[in-house]
Design a protein around this ligand. Structure first.
Ligand SMILES: [Zn+2]
Length: 294
């Protein structure tokens, strides 16, 4: 645990991380992490005797909010509407359904503390939000930016790649010095959020380029179906071929900038190649970013 601003405490088990905020009226818990479990309650008890009055879910994923049951049942639970919808469908006793939800923005004011919640649109999950503490200049956004590290594989298993890129750009509109990404053992800063966007753009550009460089018909002509287990697997082989090309193009420039990239870069390339094939618009990033004109 480390204090990172007035009343704001960063807690981490070194792999997962989150914050809680102590006001003069009670404690706001963000993401009741199951890996911390009761240690989260002990951390709070070390700095205040005030009760937990609010729990904010950054998004619906179990690995970030699965310890919600350990906290007082009287505490309000706040989340974006998509997160609530998902949890209503899942009926998971470990993840109680929020009693407060919002579509675009929600301002939580408790005593002397203020947290602005903002929904940038679908990204890592359909309801994943920004949490902003204007006085402390802290921005939190979970499961996209991993300060110093490469993202979790497959672009952090993003459910919406274009949305994630747009949200990454939008995050930079905030005035913040400290960034909390929900993972790793340390806080980040503005530079980490910039690096994340630059990386996503680089992966997109490379993926587009390798697809143009060698199209699927080109690939079939060059290899012939005889080398595959049939037409259904030919595209799979093509994706592997183009993934390797994307990796070769990006790795030398990025290996020093993001730790662990050798483990995950191929998965990022593959996720982007598939994204381009099934959902991304044809214009280049960043011009195509929905948030770029605002
Ligand atoms: Zn997640």
């Amino acid at each position: 645990m480390k204090q990172i601003g007035d009343g704001v405490y960063f807690v981490s088990d070194t792999a997962y991380a989150t914050i809680f905020v102590v006001s003069d009226k009670g404690v706001i818990v963000v993401d009741p992490l199951p890996t911390l479990g009761k240690a989260y309650l002990q951390a709070i008890a070390e700095v205040t005797t005030l009760p937990v009055t609010h729990i904010i879910y950054s998004h619906d994923h179990l690995d970030h909010i699965g310890a919600a049951k350990l906290f007082p049942a009287s505490a309000h639970i706040i989340a974006q509407a998509e997160t609530r919808r998902s949890l209503e469908m899942l009926h998971d006793p470990r993840r109680p359904v929020p009693d407060i939800s919002f579509d675009q923005t929600y301002l939580l004011e408790l005593g002397n503390q203020q947290i602005e919640l903002f929904y940038p649109g679908p990204n890592h999950t359909p309801g994943n939000i920004f949490l902003y503490l204007p006085r402390q200049k802290i921005l939190m956004w979970v499961d996209v930016v991993y300060p110093g590290y490469a993202p979790y594989p497959k672009l952090s298993v993003s459910t919406d790649i274009a949305g994630t890129m747009a949200a990454n750009k939008k995050a930079l509109d905030y005035d913040f010095d400290i960034f909390v990404g929900g993972h790793v053992d340390h806080i980040g800063n503005r530079k980490d959020v910039e690096t994340s966007l630059a990386f996503l753009i680089a992966v997109e550009e490379s993926a587009r380029q390798v697809l143009v460089e060698k199209t699927f018909p080109d690939y079939l002509k060059a290899t012939g179906l005889a080398t595959t287990e049939g037409i259904w697997f030919a595209h799979d082989d093509y994706e592997k071929d183009r993934t390797n090309a994307c990796y070769a193009q990006l790795f030398p420039a990025w290996e020093k900038r993001l730790q662990g990239l050798s483990r995950s870069l191929k998965s990022h390339c593959w996720a982007m190649l598939v994204g381009l094939a099934i959902s991304l618009p044809p214009a280049t990033i960043p011009a195509s970013l929905p948030g770029s004109s605002k």
